[in-house]
Write a protein that binds this ligand. Structure first.
Ligand SMILES: [Zn+2]
Ligand SMILES: [Zn+2]
Length: 183
């Protein structure tokens, strides 16, 4: 086995089912050709809780994670089962610092359909994979894309997210290959 220069750490924050972390890990290997490790779970980030909004501040969590060494991982994806927000949106499915080290994915709203019904697990896992691959794209310097269905298209609603294909358009795929370098 060849050694790879990058390793993605998956950091459960609170109680995250293994199947979710393993699904993200498999998709990172498949789409980015990068190994990932599942890190030891963290407690809920009380420091980032906004008592007025009753949500966690995504940027505050990312900032804290970035100041951590986190076992030699070059990129970190935190996974949380609580609502997270960005000041200009009511909620977000994920957040990443552009070209940064850390991203955050919230599974909370991915587990319910817009009509309140519960989707099958396969649908939840596909949504989680899409958000994780999208946020990791930002860490590798991809920006939002206007191509229909591309994974880097901004999706602010579940309908939008479900409408994306589980693939990057040819432009984003080319930029990603460049950012990742020879494997
Ligand atoms: Zn984005
Ligand atoms: Zn694209």
């Amino acid at each position: 086995m060849t050694s790879r220069k990058q390793c993605v750490g998956l950091l459960p924050i609170g109680d995250i089912p293994d199947i979710i972390l393993k699904t993200i890990s498999a998709h990172i290997l498949g789409y980015y050709n990068l190994d990932s490790v599942i890190l030891e779970a963290r407690d809920y980030p009380e420091y980032a809780f906004d008592h007025r909004r009753l949500q966690f501040d995504a940027a505050a969590i990312i900032e804290r994670l970035e100041s951590d060494t986190l076992q030699g991982c070059t990129k970190i994806i935190g996974v949380i089962d609580s609502d997270i927000f960005h000041p200009v949106f009511t909620h977000v499915f994920g957040e990443a610092r552009q070209e940064g080290k850390c991203a955050l994915v919230s599974v909370k709203r991915l587990k319910k359909n817009p009509d309140g019904s519960l989707p099958p697990l396969s649908v939840v896992l596909e949504r989680v994979a899409k958000v994780a691959l999208h946020e990791l794209g930002h860490l590798f310097s991809l920006v939002h894309c206007l191509e229909d269905h591309c994974l880097m298209r901004f999706a602010g609603s579940l309908e939008g997210l479900d409408g994306l294909r589980l693939s990057f358009c040819k432009y984003c795929a080319a930029l990603l290959r460049e950012a990742l370098g020879p494997s």
